[in-house]
Design a protein around this ligand. Structure first.
Ligand code: AHR
Length: 553
């Protein structure tokens, strides 16, 4: 069945507006929502790099999170935390971005290679930062989080990537180091052993085979901590950093430091300045990095929020959709064929550090079901824009911000976000297809800029779908904190044979995993009945992320 878009939207609007004014009881006999999966309307292949990660020398991310040291009692593989390796490998990470973040623009890769006992100690970018850091963190005056021992550097990072099956993505220092330092790092990583002095040095450090690093970021947040540049100034730096680079047979995928959230001026002015030197400059860019954190609510504590704050933050995370569309449109003003893709290499919610975690674990907290829904909203958005987004990395992998893991000494747990990544795995490499969601909106109250309560609403069901062979994968977020959303699911152009669901939900919207309760929030599998004629009706649980896999003929 091919649904005409105009016809479909007209019907959707009718259902949508009826739902807005009708009491729920009117729908008790039949589904009040509908999903149309249009498998004959492909959007693009979903890049497996949408499920990528980010590691920065910040708080407990590297030291303790990943690196425990070879002599640690904590099970490790050459110093790298084994439980993390095993859990991360299970969800097939695309790439891992490193060493920052803001840290990258003051890092010298040379500090982090060679015999560990000879590596220098340097002050970490995050040692003095007052940005959202608790007083207890500011008062610390020792430890690897403040004074970087460089025990974990390029070779350890690439080893970590190999252990988990990810590609490395390194960010060059544009603020405090020059082009030569960048080129030498590239040479150290990619030149075949014995070919140059630097590749021989790498071999002497234990890595005789080249690291073959393909993804390179040219700075990070160059509008801020990465140099406080104007977009025109950064475009000049970008041209200089990329004018000539040794490739050693590796296809280099260079990523420009893109905008902060909705700053389309940064995007437009960069592209305009870059191409003053000719349109050929565009060929140097593989991707344009967009960063967007939806922030926090209320007191900023991850696990303390009201129902209104639940909705407010999920709605704010949904801004990713318009950010992608807006920057894409502006990029297209110069890059008319859209060869350059968006790389959302920092995204997530960002709450305050949990006062109960040790001070050194900067911005660490256990995310809740609310964060899981935010993960679902973001991943679905990237999948719906599979033609535009080539990579996405939540900030960050472990022990900080929107993390997938918490690890402190011998304690380890996966967070709510991890489960969403696990559930979304079947989308990787599949073809995203247009999918329409019709459902009553959710309503709530939020605080406006003047801290006055104002009514607000947003969609009541959203998600994305993809197809691989004869399997359709549908992932859906139901933000309604209280109500089941009974939904008719149709696949235009195919017959439904069977279906099964995997659901992450809880009666408690604050549910989460902690060291004390590592299974506080886990997905459950559900079988589904397909009705006569391939009719599929499903009740999406309140406050849920759901994956439905459908076999079709
Ligand atoms: O992820 C934490 C920080 O947020 C990164 O270092 C920086 O790029 C961003 O502002």
């Amino acid at each position: 069945m091919k649904i005409e878009r105009r016809d479909f939207l007209r019907k959707s609007l009718l259902i949508g507006s009826a739902a807005l004014i009708a009491p729920r009881a009117l729908f008790s006999q039949s589904p009040d929502a509908k999903i149309e999966i249009l498998i004959n309307e492909p959007i693009g292949t979903i890049n497996p790099n949408l499920y990528s990660h980010f590691v920065e020398h910040l708080g407990g991310v590297v030291y303790d999170g990943i690196w425990v040291g070879e002599r640690s009692k904590i099970p490790n593989i050459g110093g790298i935390r084994k439980e993390l390796v095993d859990s991360l490998a299970r969800i097939k990470p695309g790439v891992i971005r490193y060493p920052g973040g803001c840290f990258a623009d003051q890092y010298d890769w040379r500090d982090g290679v060679g015999p560990r006992d000879k590596r220098p100690t340097r002050v970490n970018f995050w040692a003095d930062t007052g940005y959202k850091a608790p007083d207890s963190y500011r008062q610390l005056n020792s430890g690897p989080q403040k004074y970087e021992p460089n025990a974990f550097g390029t070779d350890e990072f690439v080893r970590f990537c190999k252990l988990v099956g990810a590609q490395p993505y390194l960010a060059a220092n544009v603020r405090t180091r020059d082009v030569r330092v960048f080129q030498e790092w590239l040479e150290y990583c990619n030149a075949p052993g014995g070919l140059t002095t630097l590749s021989s040095e790498r071999a002497a450090n234990g890595a005789s085979n080249p690291h073959n690093v393909s993804y390179w970021g040219i700075g990070n947040e160059s509008w801020g901590c990465g140099g406080d540049f104007l977009p025109e100034e950064y475009a000049v730096e970008f041209r200089k950093f990329t004018a000539w680079l040794p490739t050693f047979g590796v296809k280099l995928q260079l990523i420009g430091s893109g905008p902060n959230g909705g700053d389309t001026g940064w995007t437009r002015r960069f592209f305009t300045k870059l191409t003053e030197k000719g349109m050929g400059q565009l060929n140097k860019l593989y991707g344009w990095a967009l960063h967007y954190y939806c922030g926090t609510t209320g007191k900023g504590i991850a696990a303390e929020f009201t129902e209104n704050e639940w909705y407010d933050l999920i709605a704010r995370s949904d801004r990713m959709e318009s950010l992608i569309k807006d920057h894409w449109q502006v990029m297209g003003e110069t890059d008319r064929d859209h060869k350059i893709k968006l790389i959302v290499d920092e995204w997530g919610a960002w709450h305050l550090q949990d006062p109960n975690v040790p001070a050194a674990y900067l911005y660490d907290y256990a995310g809740t079901l609310r964060d899981a829904l935010i993960s679902g909203v973001n991943l679905d958005t990237f999948q719906r824009h599979a033609d535009k987004v080539a990579m996405a990395n939540p900030a960050q992998l472990v022990n900080t911000i929107h993390s997938l893991f918490q690890a402190q000494e011998d304690r380890f747990t996966v967070t709510s976000n991890y489960h969403v990544f696990e559930m979304y795995m079947p989308h990787a490499g599949a073809t995203a297809v247009r999918t329409e969601f019709i459902a009553p909106q959710v309503s709530f109250t939020r605080l406006d800029a003047a801290r006055k309560e104002v009514p607000a609403n947003f969609w009541g069901l959203n998600g994305s779908a993809s197809i691989k062979g004869k399997t359709v994968t549908l992932t859906t977020v139901n933000p309604d904190a209280r109500n089941v959303r009974e939904t008719e699911i149709n696949i235009g152009g195919a017959r439904i044979l069977s279906a099964s669901a995997r659901v992450l939900s809880s009666r408690d919207i604050h549910a989460r995993n902690t060291f004390e309760d590592p299974h506080g929030l886990e997905p459950r599998d559900e079988s589904m009945n397909v009705g006569t004629g391939g009719k599929l009706v499903y009740k999406f649980a309140p406050a849920s992320v759901t994956r439905i896999q459908i076999s079709i003929a």
